[in-house]
Design a protein around this ligand. Structure first.
Ligand SMILES: [Zn+2]
Length: 218
């Protein structure tokens, strides 16, 4: 992901990530985005510093007079970035596994539907109903229209897809809540590879999609 992302997690999602309040699977998707997004890394770091400064002052009712000044001064310091470990393997030619996934068992791609392959991920600490998976969608392939019982967050690792909310390329994040339905289409060019976390089941539209849903386990 050498491109600067155009679509970022919401502020609420970044704050929940910084506070350790995101579901484990969703946090993994945000971590994959942060690998390619200096702006969101800085945002998360700022939230962690402010949160840490507030915690450091507890349980005293009055904060040190210079607490805010010190916290703000630290925001200007360059972020220390540990060197990433060498890539374990590629998901496709030129598409390395995100560092966020390197400690996980990542099985092989499995056929899910014409033009669609999937790798289900077993996330430590995931709550019941949480799912995380990698999806590889052939160029031009349309996913069945679906809604969500809970939040869905996607980070694009390669290629791009479009839906009514826009076009998403490498590094971009798309968030959907239970209100929205969408029908993403992989754009022309290279396959679209995404890391996706969902809560609850997908609500499939259309008879065929509903028939295959139990078979593919989404
Ligand atoms: Zn970002």
């Amino acid at each position: 992901m050498n491109r600067t992302p155009k679509h970022h997690p919401t502020e609420s999602t970044l704050l929940r990530f910084a506070a350790g309040r995101l579901p484990a699977s969703h946090a993994l998707v945000v971590a994959a985005h942060l690998e390619g997004c200096p702006a969101c890394r800085a945002g998360v770091r700022a939230a962690e510093i402010v949160g840490g400064a507030l915690l450091a002052e507890m349980p005293a009712a009055v904060m040190a007079e210079d607490a805010l000044t010190r916290a703000l001064a630290r925001l200007d310091e360059p972020a220390s970035k540990p060197a990433p470990p060498p890539p374990a393997r590629d998901l496709a030619p030129g598409v390395p596994l995100p560092a966020a996934l390197r400690d996980l068992a990542v099985p092989r791609w499995r056929w899910m539907a014409p033009g669609i392959h999937r790798i289900a991920l077993d996330i430590p600490g995931a709550a019941p109903g949480e799912r995380a998976y990698l999806l590889r969608v052939a160029p031009g392939t349309e996913l069945p229209e679906h809604g969500h019982e809970g939040e869905e967050i996607t980070c694009i690792l390669s290629g791009s897809f479009s839906d009514t909310t826009g076009t998403y390329g490498p590094g971009d994040v798309a968030e959907m809540d239970e209100e929205g339905d969408h029908r993403p289409v992989a754009d022309a060019g290279v396959p679209c590879i995404c890391l996706i976390a969902t809560q609850g089941r997908l609500r499939m539209r259309g008879l065929l999609a509903r028939l295959i849903q139990p078979l593919v386990g989404v």
